[in-house]
Design a protein around this ligand. Structure first.
Ligand SMILES: Cc1ncc(C[n+]2csc(CCOP(=O)(O)OP(=O)(O)O)c2C)c(N)n1
Ligand SMILES: [Mg+2]
Length: 574
């Protein structure tokens, strides 16, 4: 047996059961060994797509994603997806074949590439160390890191003496081998002083708001922190919100404000700005989530809880930063509050069966009536030739089944699906925006769809991002995924048009002639529909009612007379 085969089989034993990639000579044997070891291999058409698929699969399942790429250009093609994953703390293992010969056409500095985008560079060093090297890389990925594991061609080709099922540390049984790769123990509960300190601040707060981020989502076999956060919020009368990457976490809770930040509805923004205490739970409270600080009211107290000490205060100063796992910390603080015999926390005053503070019947009623974007009145710009993207999104929200996954690309359009399409829970929203790259949306939808075949996946793309990532349309068809791809087609890099248009700059570089994207979809094997008005949505209805034998691509010719309001916020961050 060659080392390549031992690596593939060893990884399959570690739990790599779904692998994305593009196969070339350098990763042929390792990929086949993974398949022989029981893994499902999903072939993408571009390594960027493969990597984003693995990232989205990892976000949706909470388990480490694995991607396999050829040496040199296979890895450089994957770099944008790797940067997105690294910035998002996605547990991801990139198996990167490596040409060690410095004069090889395929040679690149793998460790340098990893370091450049914040990933961890790892390597298999020798036949003797190969399995231990694999195990170390996989375990590092489990700790929410993106790891590039270089697989030098000469080491891969060398003979492997041993039994790959016996693991990397020698002599251990296959079972022990798997156990060694189990997720690291999460940080122990927060310090007692920290719990007391949070409880004291919560007791003194009249209008607290919790904002939960990525760190509150479930991962690696653990449920999300939803139940613990809701229990604590009930105990102190807090309203609940999330950052965009955790959208859906509090779905159905009557005190849920949905997303905080640029996507916040007017009511959500009003209530967050009115908070006297904001607690970020596994949430960086960055410029997006806090609208460059505009959502932090004057005199508001900020608390941040994160299991990563370096995240505390990284984006804005906080009054109290606590290192701790989100669910464990919320549970401990709730225990402290609920066990308080001195009296109930200040904002838990039962008035006619309801809470005081922010949890008044009036606030509850306003949330029910106004917090969803689709309930905010707007003037419909549709003119028969082009449909207002808000009207389109609301119509789709009505038509699409509730059990859905929404994956969104980047661009001016991105707020429409994010704000107007509801999702069943946080796993139903895939938001690969940490690197702000366009062109990732379709691949992220594929990865999420592979992870959750029980849900209908909707890829929401701009025309620019759709054409940049177009090769993966073939992957959707080949995999037989009954996906809906909706392209918000303004025939432009709308973000740039609205960024520079007001200054009178020439816009020829960012405007394009009309493209029949529905026909492109049909060429790949999609059913293709062009939508210019709500009246054109009949085929979408039919497709949803039908057997959904082929995926559906909607080329929605959208109005674009002005930039979207969240984009103005975004430009302040450039
Ligand atoms: C890979 C990459 N290249 C360029 C950009 C700069 N950029 C940001 S938004 C955008 C336009 C995207 O166009 P489209 O997908 O049609 O969405 P729209 O803004 O028109 O809604 C561009 C080019 C980027 N973010 N990422
Ligand atoms: Mg566009």
């Amino acid at each position: 047996m060659r080392v390549a085969e031992a690596v593939g089989q060893g990884l399959a034993k570690l739990g790599a059961d779904t692998v994305f990639g593009v196969v070339g000579s350098g990763n042929f044997h390792v990929t086949n060994a993974l398949i022989a070891g029981g893994a499902r291999f999903v072939a993408a058409r571009h390594e960027g797509g493969a990597t984003v698929m693995a990232d989205a699969w990892a976000r949706t399942t909470g388990r480490p994603g694995v991607v396999s790429v050829h040496q040199g250009p296979g890895l450089t093609n994957a770099m944008t997806g790797i940067a997105e994953a690294a910035k998002s703390r996605t547990p991801l293992l990139v198996l990167a074949a490596e040409a060690p010969e410095i004069r090889s056409n395929f040679h690149v500095d793998v460790a340098g590439l990893a370091a450049a985008v914040g990933a961890v560079g790892e390597r298999i060093y020798s036949p003797a160390s190969a399995l231990a090297d694999v195990q170390r890389a996989y375990t590092t990925a489990l700790g929410r890191r993106t790891v590039i594991l270089a697989l030098p061609l000469n080491v891969q080709a060398a003979a492997f003496e041993g039994d790959p099922s016996r693991g990397g540390l020698g002599g251990s049984s296959p079972l022990a081998y798997r156990a060694q790769a189990a997720p690291r123990t999460y940080p122990a509960g927060p310090a007692v002083e920290a719990v007391t300190a949070i409880a004291a601040v919560l007791r003194g707060a009249d209008q607290p708001v919790f904002i939960a981020g990525r760190g509150a989502r479930g991962r690696a076999g653990r449920a999300s922190a939803r139940a613990d956060l809701e229990r604590l919020a009930d105990a102190c009368g807090a309203l609940l919100a999330t950052s965009a990457v955790a959208k859906g976490l509090f779905r159905g809770n009557p005190w849920n404000l949905d997303v905080s930040g640029g996507f916040a509805s007017p009511l959500a923004a009003e209530l967050i700005t009115g908070a006297d205490l904001i607690v970020g739970w596994g949430c960086s409270l960055n410029m997006w989530t806090m609208r460059h600080g505009k959502l932090v009211g004057t005199g508001a107290t900020l608390i941040q809880v994160d299991d990563d000490a370096t995240a505390l205060g990284a984006h804005r100063p906080v009054h109290l930063g606590v290192v701790g796992d989100v669910a464990e910390t919320a549970r401990a603080v709730a225990d402290a509050l609920l066990g308080d015999r001195e009296g109930e926390p200040r904002s838990v005053r039962h008035k006619n069966g309801d809470y005081g503070g922010y949890r008044s019947p009036a606030v509850r009623e306003r949330i029910a009536r106004e917090v969803r974007w689709r309930d905010v009145p707007f003037t419909d710009d549709s003119d028969g030739q082009r449909i207002d993207p808000r009207a389109l999104s609301i119509a789709l929200d009505d038509l699409l089944p509730a059990e859905r996954t929404v994956a969104v690309d980047s661009g001016n359009f991105m707020g429409y699906p994010s704000m107007y399409l509801s999702v069943p829970d946080e796993a139903g929203f895939c938001f690969t925006q940490a690197f702000q790259s366009i062109g990732l949306g379709l691949a992220s939808a594929i990865g999420a769809a592979v992870a959750r075949p029980d849900r209908l996946t909707i890829a929401a793309l701009g025309d620019g991002g759709a054409l940049m990532g177009v090769s993966e349309l073939e992957t959707v068809v080949r995999l037989g995924i009954p996906m809906v791809v909706v392209v918000y087609d303004d025939e432009a890099y709308g973000a740039e048009v609205h960024h520079f248009g007001p200054d009178g700059d020439p816009l020829d570089t960012v405007r394009f002639p009309p493209t029949d994207i529905a026909a492109i979809g049909r060429g790949f094997g999609f059913e293709g529909v062009t939508v210019r008005s709500a009246g054109d949505l009949g085929p979408v209805r039919d497709w949803l009612a039908g057997p959904r034998e082929r995926p559906l691509l909607i080329d929605a010719k959208v109005t674009s007379s002005r930039g979207s309001w969240w984009l103005e916020e975004a430009f302040r961050g450039h």
